[in-house]
Design a protein around this ligand. Structure first.
Ligand SMILES: N[C@@H]1[C@@H](O)[C@H](O)[C@@H](COP(=O)(O)O)O[C@@H]1O
Length: 260
């Protein structure tokens, strides 16, 4: 696992956008797995700026969703489908035709989850999966004690996650209890995992995920199992890392040709 400590969220967004641009120049139709929440927004803004400046051609990129609320009405502005269309697909000049996501309104949620795993595999697998991290260490919506081998499936949110996400809704009561999320096993199949964490509220979860034991109690620790996982953190989110100086020295000495 590579840990990159950046000065702030904007620098993290630029760094990851540059890695995505490199991927798209090598593989124009790469399948990019995107995360929701506030953290990845600087990445999407940096990508959109490159597209607008015509320094990035993302026209053949394919976008797929990490997770989704169950039961929000179609077109609800906070469904993750709506968020990804608004924050990623439209700013990059793409259409829904280039977008894959699980159906959080399916009559048969279990079947919809299985169908989404199949759709990802049939699309050739995810080339680069962006991840955030919950304050409880979740990735996607894989809450603590999710199986490290889990596939896409329904999960129940913890109270903490519902409270964290209540800011996107009018009240806590409106935050759904259930979600469909790519499983940890599904996430680990992506060719490159890139987790961005910013702000002091994430420092404890980041330290446990990066330097703690591999444990289902901290789902993000599953990145330790992946051969190509990159964790980008700002100074505040890096505050709990005992090996921060080592990570800084390693990145400073990294050959430029290696990329992320
Ligand atoms: N399902 C999403 C996660 O994918 C995201 O990483 C997390 C953190 O969000 P934020 O970046 O807003 O802190 O929120 C949600 O729970």
């Amino acid at each position: 696992m590579e840990i990159v400590i950046v000065p702030d969220a904007a620098a993290g967004g630029e760094l990851i956008a540059a890695a995505i641009a490199d991927l798209l120049s090598a593989k124009p139709d790469a399948l990019l797995g995107v995360a929701t929440g506030s953290t990845p927004l600087p990445i999407y803004q940096a990508l959109a700026a490159r597209v607008q400046a015509a320094t990035l051609d993302a026209s053949r990129a394919r976008i797929c969703q990490l997770d989704e609320y169950v039961g929000l009405p179609a077109g609800h502005p906070e469904s993750y489908r709506s968020v990804v269309l608004r924050e990623v697909v439209e700013p990059l000049g793409l259409t829904e035709a280039s977008f894959l996501g699980p159906d959080g309104n399916a009559a048969d949620i279990a079947a919809a989850a299985i169908a989404y795993d199949r759709a990802l595999a049939e699309a050739g697998g995810v080339d680069l999966q962006l991840l955030g991290i919950g304050t409880d260490g979740h990735i996607g919506f894989n809450e603590p004690c999710s199986s490290l081998a889990s596939r896409t499936r329904i999960k129940t949110l913890t109270r903490q996650t519902r409270e964290d996400n209540a800011r996107f809704f009018d009240s806590l009561d409106e935050v759904p209890h259930h979600v469909i999320t790519q499983g940890i096993g599904t996430i680990l199949e992506a060719r490159h995992l890139v987790l961005l964490a910013t702000g002091e509220a994430k420092a404890e979860a980041v330290a446990l995920a990066v330097e703690g034991p591999l444990s289902a109690a901290v789902p993000a620790s599953a990145l330790q199992l992946h051969p190509h996982a990159t964790v980008v953190v700002d100074e505040a989110a890096a505050a709990g890392l005992k090996l921060a100086d080592y990570f800084r020295d390693t990145y400073a000495a990294k050959p430029a040709w290696q990329g992320l």
